[in-house]
Structures are given as structure tokens and as C-alpha cells.
Design a binder for this molecule. Structure first.
Ligand SMILES: [Zn+2]
Length: 730
């Protein structure tokens, strides 16, 4: 349901772009530590060691493993910082948390720790920002917990004039400070002030992370450069790691044993043969359309070569072809509409077949077949034109055979047998085992859940599901309360012994009882890997990597090597003279600022020429850009009666409020044989208006007929007129 995307404010847009760093609670502060922080607690030796440079006023990155109590370290630093001010002066601390669950947890930990000591603690997140004055909250409190976009917005609109209002800034998960992450936007502001020679004092900076990462580095030298760049972004002069109290740290943080298991794929795969045959047929149907066009062929339509069915590469190829098909231009407009629609359908079907092959590869054939049957059921209920009828008939001709193949026990996936074996073995050794199983895609989460539930050997596991809040083309993400529910059940219920998760739920889930992590055909970068390991908290915990692909094992070994490069680089960096390091950091900052300033001078050129918007699927005319109005900066509506005839709406099953809008319906292309999803219909103030999404349309230049595709409104630089209530019919 892509219309969900329309409610995204700036904060959420960022989350959508980086669905892989959903940070689910408690990472830097597992429950055991939380309870400690509520009562006076003696810090451990290594915690004092980590806190020392920051207590001495140095800008510090604190890099220590997940689960060692970095939150407690930040409480110590914060307390020391606030107390050091002489009578009559006051410090002000801001603590940033990237994800809402972390924000909520830190807010409660800081409140409990500091309110008894007479300090005022408050917080603002994306969810509460609309109803409060950010300025006032900052003014009235000593410690403010924020999601970073709040401060980015406040700096931009001037409600917070300068970072000088703070005396200490703490960045949780500070390795995110790069590119256009809100952390980096805050630090751009800081560095502009610092390098611009302002006389106002700047806050001290403290970053917390389990791993600074090394990016694409291939040598210790490159890794060192990467880490220096991160330090420059945060204006860091010290990287603090545990050195004097390593033994004590190792008693607290236990790294699970890691096992690699190379498993075999099916030797013969008739399911794959049949689907591949259907894909060949569909490809040649698409090709025959190109033959009638003459000059272009399907083959030279995309640069991607040597694609195989059932691969990520094929997916990329088909997406590229689909995009090109949408902007195909022909002299006869009816002909163009017919051809574009046929190509749209062929490519969509090819994509679904490709998905099914990937599901069958990692789960059961039955799951892949169910996925396809579901798709074809939906096809029937939408337009269902001649092309779709033809494709459905071709699928149905094979359906019987596919059904019987997928029921045949000899076609069972050997990888699943292996997974079953590992699970049986581990639960035999320790019936109290708690498992997190990571898989690549949302479709695989569903498939594996069903597999466990229907497998009599594993019926005792009662799987739960955990996915990120990010939304993809096929799936709506989980809501925050739903995520919390799942985690709560997993922690407290004796029945729910396994959680199946996608990579999107990746950063810092803390489940103390979890002692088995299984990565099923799953690889991540070095930061992810460390956090995956940190997750198997309990002693005697294990981590299995199960894959049929030796490249995956290879990649994982590279990740281990990267971790070693990272640790070596940090050790080397810590031997440098502080003045030398500061000077290096300064040089990087000056260079980066120069690049930033010269880039920002290139403003997009505004194209004031009126343009046509056509339905991306059938190319029917929808509206002119001159009729588009922008509502509250990020929503796009169309004025005038003509547009109302171009779409039909279907009532939304669950009308929803977001911000000042109420979502009432979904809207679709009015052409009966098209029904392409165009956006939503909302109630805004007293008006009932449509919100359209640009990714559903092709933009056509009226004079030249040139066609362009945009994924996001912000990439489309036309003259954007604001919505004006006076313009609307009464
Ligand atoms: Zn249409």
C-alpha cells in the first residue's frame, strides 16, 4: 500500500531511505543495566575508563561492544558535565537517538536517573513535535532527548538559532554521522560555525557506537582514513576503547561462537524449469512487440548483461526495462497506450516469476507457488484485459503440474532440512534455547514461518515475526506497537521460542535470553555483524551462518577481516599525538566544507514550462503541472474539475488520520482496463482532495513530447504553487 508513503514527513523519509537501520530498542542499554541505573550503582572499571576522556572535556567517540553498558557511561559523563559548572552557570545536554524506541527508552532512563538529582529532563520525537514548542522545551530543561531530525528542522527554520544553546551533545549510534543523515546535518551546522570563526562557544561532542565501521576499505590504511573522516564529521579528538580493563569487559560481554555451514541446493529442480519456461514465453511475447516497432529490441534495452532467471540481477534488469518501456514514444497515441500497457504487464509478470524462483530457492516450492497463485488472484480482480487473460491462461495450464511437483516430498529443499537439523540439535541440547532467525526478504519471513508451523518436527517452536517499520513495494512494515508486542511475547512467553526477522529489524534488538542466532542466506556489513553477534547475549550462545553459496561464506570472512582492520586502525590512531590527530581532522573538515559549499551553490534549475502528467501504466492524460498545488510542503494535489473525471476512488478499508489529514480512499486511473494506483483521497480542513504520487505518472514535455520518470516529487523541479483555499470551489 504505497499510499502510506504519502504521510511521510521529513523524519520518516529518512527512515524509508535507510530501512536497514531500524534500531529496535535497548541496544546500548539492556534491561539488566537499566535496572542498575535506577538505583545508585557502582560503575565498572571499564566504564570509568571509557568515560574519562569525555569527563576531561574532550570530544570523544566511545567505541565498545553492544551490551557493555554505554548508556551508563553516558549517564556518568552527563552527570559530571552538569556538576562541573560553577554557581550561577548551567550546562545543557542534548542526547540524540535515531530510532523512536531507543528515544523512548533513553528518555525514561535519563528521567529516572537525573530527576531525583534535581535536573529537568524532557524529550521531543517526531510523534510529539507538532504539539510542543521545541524552543521552550530546550529553554526549560537541563537534559533534552531528541530524534535528530527535530533539531535539523529547528535549526533550518530558526526556532533554535544556534548549537551554542547546548554545552554537550551526545550521539547514540554515532557511526551514522555520514552523507545526508540528520546527524551529519547537525554536524554541518556545528562545523560551519566552528570553521566560520564564530566566537560563540560550541558544545562538547560525545559519540557512542559498537562499531565505527570501515566503509569499503580494503587495507588498514584505507580503514584508518575512513575512521579519521568519521572523527572529522563529529569533530572528535579521542577514540575511547577499553584497554586497561579488558578482562573485566570480557566477563560481561560474551561473543558467541560462530559456525559456517555450507549446505547443498536441490540437484534437479522441475519447478524452476517450468517457471523459467513461462518466463521465456513471456519474454518472447514482449520481444514480439518490439519486433513490430522495428528499431529497438528487448536485448539492447538495458545495459545489464548475462542475466539469469531467479536472481537479483534479473530483478535489476527487469526494473530497468520497465522504466524504459514507460517512456516509449510513438506517433499514434492509442498505439502507444496499448503497447506501453502490454509491456508493463509482461514485465510485471516477469518480476513476480523471478520473485517466486527466489522464494523456491530458499524456502519450499509450495511457498513460491502460493505467492504466484496469490498474484494471479489479484490480477483477476483488477483490469484483467486480453494480455492478462492470456498470461493467466498460460500459468493455469501449468498449475496442475506445479501443484504436484510442489507436493512431491522428493523435491523438498535440502537447505530447509539442514536448518531443521540445526534447530532440532540445539533444542535437544538445551530445550530453553531462544532463537533469532535472520532471512533476506519479507516474503521469506512468511515462507519460513509457515514452514516451521507446518513441520511436525518443529511444531514446538511457535514462531513470531519481527520486521522493520520501513515499507517496500510489496509490504507494509510492522507498526511500533506491533514490534513491541512481539518482543514482549518473545521475552516473557515460554512458548514463543523463535523469532523470524528480516535485516530491516537489524540494529540492536536486545533479547537477553536469546542464545542462538541463525543467519539463513544472510550477509551484512561489519557494523551489522558485530551487532548481530552482540545480540546472542547469553553465555554459551552460538551463531550459525547457513548458506549454499560459498561466496556468502567468503563475504562473511571478509567481514571478520574488516573488523580486524577496524580494531587495528583504532589501535594505531590511539598512538598518535593528540595535536597531530587534531590537525589531520581539521584538514579533512576544511576540505569537506569546501566541497559542501561548492555543491550547494548549484541550485536545481526551475522549469516553468507547463507539462503533462500521463498515467504510467496506460499513458492516459491525467493533468497539467500548472494545475498541481502543494499542500504543507510535501503533498501534491490537483485543482479543477477536469481531473476528477480522470480517476476513480475506492474507499479505504481503514480510514486513518495523519497530521492534519484524514485518509479516506485510494485513487486509481479511471480507464477501466488500467486501474493503476495513483494515490489517495483525503479530507484536509474542509476539503476533500486527491493526493497524487509522482511515481505513478510519466511527465511529458508538451512541445517536444520527451518523457521523463521521477521517483520522488523533490526530484521534479517544476514551478510548485502552494495550495490556496481561496482557489477551491465553495
Ligand atoms: Zn491508466
Amino acid at each position: 500500500l504505497e499510499d502510506e508513503e504519502m504521510k511521510t514527513s521529513e523524519v520518516q523519509i529518512f527512515y524509508k531511505e535507510e530501512p536497514e537501520c531500524q534500531n529496535l530498542s535497548e541496544n546500548s542499554c539492556p534491561p539488566s543495566e537499566v535496572s542498575h541505573t535506577h538505583s545508585p550503582m557502582k560503575p565498572r572499571g571499564y566504564q570509568l575508563e571509557l568515560a574519562l576522556p569525555a569527563k576531561n572535556g574532550k570530544n570523544t567517540i566511545i567505541c565498545a561492544p553492544t551490551g557493555c553498558g554505554k548508556t551508563f557511561v553516558s549517564l556518568l559523563i552527563c552527570e559530571h558535565h552538569l556538576q562541573k559548572f560553577p554557581q550561577g552557570q548551567k550546562g545543557k545536554v542534548v542526547f540524540f537517538a535515531v530510532q523512536v524506541p531507543v528515544y523512548e527508552q533513553q528518555k525514561s532512563v535519563f528521567s529516572k536517573y537525573f530527576e531525583r538529582r534535581g535536573y529537568k529532563v524532557s524529550g521531543i520525537s517526531g510523534a510529539t513535535a507538532e504539539n510542543v514548542s521545541v524552543e521552550q522545551i530546550i529553554e526549560d530543561n537541563d537534559i533534552i532527548i531528541l530524534t535528530p531530525q527535530i533539531l535539523v528542522n529547528s535549526l533550518k527554520n530558526g526556532t533554535v538559532p544556534s548549537l551554542s544553546v547546548f554545552t554537550l551533545m551526545i550521539f547514540d549510534e554515532c557511526h551514522n554521522t555520514s552523507k545526508h543523515h540528520p546527524y551529519n546535518m547537525i554536524m554541518f551546522n556545528y562545523l560551519d560555525q566552528k570553521l566560520g570563526g564564530s566566537s560563540d562557544s560550541l558544545p562538547q561532542v560525545v559519540g557512542l557506537t559498537a562499531s565505527v565501521g570501515v566503509g569499503d576499505a580494503k587495507s588498514t590504511g584505507e580503514a584508518l582514513e575512513y575512521i579519521c573522516k568519521l572523527c572529522a564529521s563529529l569533530d572528535i579528538s579521542v577514540v575511547a576503547t577499553v584497554k586497561d580493563n579488558l578482562e573485566e569487559l570480557e566477563e560481561v560481554v560474551y561473543k558467541p561462537q560462530k559456525f559456517f555451514r555450507k549446505v547443498e541446493s536441490r540437484t534437479t529442480d522441475r519447478f524452476k524449469c517450468i517457471i523459467s519456461q513461462l518466463m521465456k514465453e513471456t519474454e518472447s511475447l514482449a520481444k514480439s512487440i518490439f519486433d513490430t516497432l522495428g528499431t529497438i529490441t528487448l536485448g539492447n534495452f538495458s545495459q545489464i548483461q548475462n542475466r539469469n532467471f531467479g536472481t537479483q540481477k534479473y530483478e535489476q534488469w527487469i526494473v530497468a526495462v520497465q522504466k524504459k518501456c514507460m517512456v516509449l514514444k510513438m506517433p499514434d497515441k492509442d498505439e502507444e497506450s496499448r503497447i506501453c500497457k502490454a509491456l508493463f504487464l509482461y514485465t510485471s509478470h516477469l518480476r513476480k516469476f523471478n520473485d517466486a524462483l527466489i522464494i523456491s530457492e530458499h524456502a519450499r516450492m509450495k511457498d513460491a507457488l502460493d505467492y504466484l497463485k496469490d498474484f494471479f488472484r489479484n490480477v483477476r480482480t483488477a483490469g484483467f484485459d486480453e494480455t492478462e487473460q492470456d498470461l493467466t491462461r498460460r500459468f493455469e495450464e501449468k498449475l496442475q503440474e506445479l501443484e504436484s511437483i510442489s507436493m512431491d516430498p522428493s523435491n523438498e529443499n535440502p537447505k530447509l532440512k539442514d536448518l531443521c537439523f540445526v534447530l532440532q540439535e540445539e533444542y535437544h541440547l538445551n530445550p530453553e534455547t531462544r532463537t533469532i532467525l535472520f532471512v533476506k526478504t519479507r516474503a521469506l519471513v512468511d515462507a519460513l514461518k509457515k514452514w516451521i508451523e507446518e513441520n511436525p518436527k518443529l511444531s514446538f517452536l511457535k514462531p513470531g515475526i519481527l520486521t522493520g517499520r520501513g515499507r517496500t513495494k510489496q509490504n507494509i512494515g510492522m507498526t511500533l506497537p506491533a514490534q513491541k508486542d512481539v518482543l514482549h511475547t518473545f521475552k516473557t512467553s515460554g512458548d514463543n521460542k523463535i523469532l523470524i526477522a528480516t535485516s530491516v529489524a537489524d540494529e540492536g534488538i536486545d533479547i537477553a535470553q536469546c542464545n542462538l542466532v541463525i543467519l539463513y542466506e544472510y550477509v551484512g556489513n561489519v557494523i551489522k555483524m558485530i551487532q548481530t553477534r552482540g545480540r546472542g547475549r547469553a553465555r554459551g550462545s552460538k551463531c550459525f551462518l547457513l548458506t549454499s553459496n560459498s561466496d556468502v561464506i567468503e563475504k562473511e570472512k571478509i567481514n571478520i577481516y574488516k573488523e580486524k582492520m577496524m580494531n587495528d586502525s583504532i589501535l594505531r590512531l590511539q598512538t598518535w599525538d593528540e595535536a597531530v590527530f587534531k590537525e589531520k581532522v581539521r584538514q579533512i573538515q576544511i576540505h569537506e566544507k569546501f566541497i559542501r559549499d561548492s555543491q550547494s551553490k548549484v541550485k536545481p534549475i526551475l522549469d516553468k514550462e507547463n507539462k503533462k502528467l500521463l498515467c504510467r501504466k496506460c499513458k492516459a492524460f491525467a493533468c497539467y503541472t500548472a494545475d498541481i498545488r502543494v499542500v504543507e510542503d510535501c503533498h501534491y494535489t490537483v485543482v479543477g474539475d477536469a481531473f476528477k473525471k480522470c480517476f476513480v476512488s475506492k474507499l479505504h478499508p481503514k480510514p486513518k488520520n495523519f497530521g492534519s489529514f484524514e485518509k479516506k480512499a485510494k485513487i486509481f486511473c479511471a480507464r477501466q482496463d488500467c486501474c493503476h494506483d495513483w494515490g489517495i483521497h483525503v479530507k484536509y480542513k474542509t476539503f476533500e482532495i486527491p493526493f497524487i504520487k509522482i511515481e505513478s505518472f510519466v511527465v511529458e514535455d508538451i512541445a517536444t513530447g520527451a518523457q521523463t520518470l521521477y521517483a520522488k516529487w523533490r526530484d521534479f523541479h517544476f514551478e510548485k504553487l502552494p495550495f490556496d483555499a481561496a482557489e477551491m470551489p465553495k
